[in-house]
Design a protein around this ligand. Structure first.
Ligand code: CA2
Length: 145
């Protein structure tokens, strides 16, 4: 069965590869999307990114009827967005939270995630490979159901 997965990225992730490459790596968001498409050729992906909280809420809502699940990097919204947490909790499709950096090994304010408790799991610290692990975990979850 072909799975449909939304890869959703939050604020500032459109600038990947331009700055802070020591933290987030040299790959651009377009490069990550290309690598995922190649690595998971059987999955039908939709790739979306927004810097606007309400747009991310709308994208999560829209996904509930057309996707099997979401791999979500909420960026800095991870740490304080109740609106995104409620959006994830409001949809019945599974969501995996991913981060390029290890949020538990950084500033204290990054250690807490508002979103993770309403996700099926969180993957953090493996660079672009966090997305690979997130997709693989989501597929496994979908196929177990
Ligand atoms: O490690 C991650 O994936 C983060 O979600 C990235 C967020 C950060 O606020 C989270 O705590 C962890 C920030 C993304 C910023 O991306 C940039 C891209 C280019 C230049 C500077 C920042």
């Amino acid at each position: 069965m072909q799975h449909k997965i939304l890869i959703l990225n939050g604020p500032n992730l459109n600038l990947l590869g331009e700055r802070e490459t020591e933290v987030y790596g040299k790959e651009t968001l377009a490069g990550i999307e290309k690598a995922l498409t190649k690595a998971f050729s059987k999955i039908r992906f939709e790739f979306r990114q927004s810097n606007v909280e309400g747009e991310l809420v709308n994208m999560i809502h829209a996904a509930r009827k057309k996707q099997d699940g979401i791999v979500f990097n909420p960026g800095a919204y991870t740490h304080y967005s109740i609106a995104l947490r409620d959006a994830v909790a409001a949809v019945s499709i599974p969501v995996v939270e991913v981060h390029l950096s290890n949020i538990h090994a950084r500033e204290d304010f990054r250690k807490n995630s508002m979103i993770a408790p309403v996700c099926i799991g969180q993957i953090s610290g493996f660079g672009i490979y966090s997305y690979h692990l997130g997709i693989a975990s989501l597929v496994r979850h979908l196929e177990k159901k």
